[in-house]
Design a protein around this ligand. Structure first.
Ligand code: ATP
Ligand code: BTN
Length: 322
């Protein structure tokens, strides 16, 4: 932990965007220049873009505002926990479900093992994006959990629209898209249980200002950042995540009452691939067809020579077909 606190102190000093010499940082934190250099390297490994100019010192390539637990907690009623560094916000909540109230939120600035569906890696550099999860006890039970990532997606895009951020779309079943590239992903996980309410963790990773250097070998598909959608670099991350948490919470309450019913049209308006040629990949099999939106169960509708058929299940991947 001490290890993290030094890095976080360094970041708070660099946050002004000015140059800071290794010597002055060392004096402020009571350590040698060599130790500072080691911690700077650690920050770079977390994905923070810091560079060094001979004779001037260290500077952040792009200053950013850290998430602030107090600010967020003062504006949402859900219990909030902010961890600068974590394995995975989803895993953190999954491990603590028994002690948490439904609606509890965990946020992080950096995930060491952020994950997507089927255990794939979610690239989570420090401070540039949003990574958060909500624990939700779904009284409607496990069967109703199927459509949940769709409902979450709709609520997030609508919240962005309400903030004037226009042009974000949805890809079935769990992605937010911008200009045919992945902007955010949703991961719904549940703890093993028999019957009754479903204990779910809903995780969201949204790229805000991801840089080319972050894409490394782990992102095997085109990606986008919210800064492109807004055509500006500065995003108030605290205000954004507050709006998203509120939208998510409201959508989950509504879903408990109405199920998918109210969401099908809302999804179809935002569906990135509606009316377009797509491929559905199911293990070794692929089906080509025209995407026709979703149905009441949250399945994706595909039109082929044999008519329109609904497909549903966690093993299905949808890709555009040019
Ligand atoms: P599928 O449609 O096949 O299920 P998916 O796009 O929903 O795929 P996941 O299976 O959830 O993806 O896995 C996460 C994928 O997201 C990784 O394979 C990687 O290509 C991509 N990825 C990882 N980190 C990021 C990120 N920060 N931004 C955009 N895409 C990312
Ligand atoms: C996807 O791949 O489409 C889903 C990605 C979900 C990533 C988020 S980031 C916050 C939460 N914690 C995780 O480990 N994953 C989710």
């Amino acid at each position: 932990m001490r290890e993290h606190s030094v890095k976080l102190s360094l970041l708070s000093r660099l946050a002004d965007g000015a140059f800071h010499s290794g010597e002055s940082l060392g004096e402020q934190l009571g350590m040698s220049r060599a130790a500072i250099s080691k911690h700077i390297q650690g920050l770079q490994e977390w994905g923070v873009d810091i560079f060094r100019v001979q004779g001037k010192g260290y500077q952040l390539a792009a200053p950013f505002t850290m998430l602030n637990e107090e600010v967020i907690q003062s504006q949402v009623s859900n219990p909030i926990e902010l961890h600068p560094v974590i394995g995975s916000t989803n895993q953190y909540l999954l491990d603590r479900m028994g002690q948490l109230a439904s609606g509890s939120v965990c946020l992080a600035e950096y995930q060491k093992s952020g994950r997507g569906r089927r255990g794939r890696h979610w690239v989570s550099p420090f401070g540039s994006n949003l990574y958060f999860s909500m624990y939700w006890r779904l009284e409607a039970g496990i069967a109703a959990a199927m459509g949940l990532s769709l409902v979450v997606g709709v609520s997030l895009v609508e919240a962005l629209e309400e903030m004037g951020i226009i042009g974000v779309k949805l890809k079935w079943p769990n992605d937010l898209y911008f200009n045919d590239r992945k902007l955010a992903g949703i991961l719904v996980e549940m703890s093993a249980q028999a019957g009754g309410a479903a204990n779910l963790v809903i995780g969201i990773g949204m790229n805000l200002a991801m840089q080319d250097k972050d894409k490394d070998q782990d992102i095997d598909q085109p990606w986008a950042s919210l800064s492109e959608v807004m055509k500006q670099d500065h995003i108030d991350r605290n205000q954004l995540v507050i709006r998203l948490i509120k939208a998510l919470n409201e959508a989950l309450i509504q879903y408990e009452y109405t199920g998918m019913q109210n969401f099908v049209e809302r999804w179809n308006r935002l569906d990135n691939f509606i009316g377009r040629q797509v491929r559905l990949i199911m293990g070794p099999n692929e089906i080509l067809g025209v995407e026709r939106g979703i149905d009441q169960h949250g399945g994706v509708l595909l039109e082929t020579g044999e008519g329109v058929k609904s497909y549903i299940g966690g093993e299905i991947s949808l890709r555009k077909h040019d």
